[in-house]
Design a protein around this ligand. Sequence first.
Ligand SMILES: NC(=O)c1ccc[n+]([C@@H]2O[C@H](COP(=O)([O-])OP(=O)(O)OC[C@H]3O[C@@H](n4cnc5c(N)ncnc54)[C@H](O)[C@@H]3O)[C@@H](O)[C@H]2O)c1
Length: 376
Amino acid sequence: MIIGVPKEIKNNENRVALTPAGVAEFKKHGHLVYVQKSAGENSGFSDEAYAKAGAELLPTIEAVYEIAEMIIKVKEPIASEYPLIKKDQLLFTYFHFASSEPLTYAMIEREAVCLAYETVEKSDRSLPLLVPMSEVAGRMAIQEGAKYLEKPMKGKGILLGGVPGVPPAKVVVLGGGIVGTQAAKMAAGFGAQVTILDVSLPRLRYLSDVMPANVTTVMSNHYNVMDAISQADLVIGAVLIPGAKAPHLITRDMLKLMSPGTVLVDVAVDQGGCIETCSPTTHENPTFIIDDIVHYCVANMPGAVPYTSTLALTNATLPYALQLANKGWKKACTENEELKKGLNVANGKILYKGVAEAWNLPFEDVETALKDLVYA
Ligand SMILES: NC(=O)c1ccc[n+]([C@@H]2O[C@H](COP(=O)([O-])OP(=O)(O)OC[C@H]3O[C@@H](n4cnc5c(N)ncnc54)[C@H](O)[C@@H]3O)[C@@H](O)[C@H]2O)c1
């Protein structure tokens, strides 16, 4: 198969969908890989490294879309890319269709085959192509939180781990899923005193087993959240209720429970946030202050560490991308339930219920569509 890797053009997106190591894997399986010049530059991968791994470099994004049967990307195509997409061209990337009506219509109109990273799903309902970014964001939440606890950054002026004779900072983590676990682990590693709250007792049991002694697990309810945040120096918001807006565990009136300079990092801001006073910020301007409390609410935290994020993402996407290239998307999706769940749009039709419902558009069952297409 002919694979194309365009340079990401969405604002502030520095990741790339394939590393030179990934190129070498595709080559090993007999595929051709075309990479747009400087596509990997911001993630630390040079054109020379891609060429050495066996990729052909192309000067423009137009040339990449023109030649490729499968485009591998990171973010959804933006409007200037829509006209470049060809009928039946396979696009493997994050789409998040339910948040963009124009994108949904454009992909239907172009008759592209859209396999969305975010809906590839394992039988235990986990989302293997979202997990790596949660891991990055969870770990990053602590280093950002530690930075904003410094006085010049308007924080309390507390060192996360303390020093001998001075107690460490108190870190509260709301939600003990992927983000929360990674955050708690990092904070504990720094020597902070960590409290992690979740509504799932099995999850708390697991965390209690695997976390070090400076991490305490607590059932999440209003009373316990109030108690924990009133002592906190740093609070990490990491709650998720799949398919729903995050619940506001910290409301505006609860800010007064915390002392001035407390830092809130609401990682869940991309789902509306679990802290009422949070609204999305950017890496250029990551924080704002309400009632003396520092709010950090960057919606694309992994974007700040593109080298790590690119490697983490491609470690997870490459095995699926290889299946798509080796078998073709119809056979790969027919044989692999995880990939099948990733099919959002094909042949001008929506094949993912949530997307059809989001825009009140007709939906075709993916099984039926695949049978029709395979035996067409
Ligand atoms: N800002 C960013 O750059 C960025 C990056 C990656 C992920 N995220 C977001 O971070 C959030 C968390 O993602 P995740 O992968 O850890 O999800 P996850 O599903 O692994 O974990 C969510 C946890 O929240 C718990 N929970 C639900 N209701 C709760 C409540 N009332 N109190 C306490 N805990 C509760 C669940 O039991 C679960 O353990 C998501 O919104 C995700 O989109 C943001």
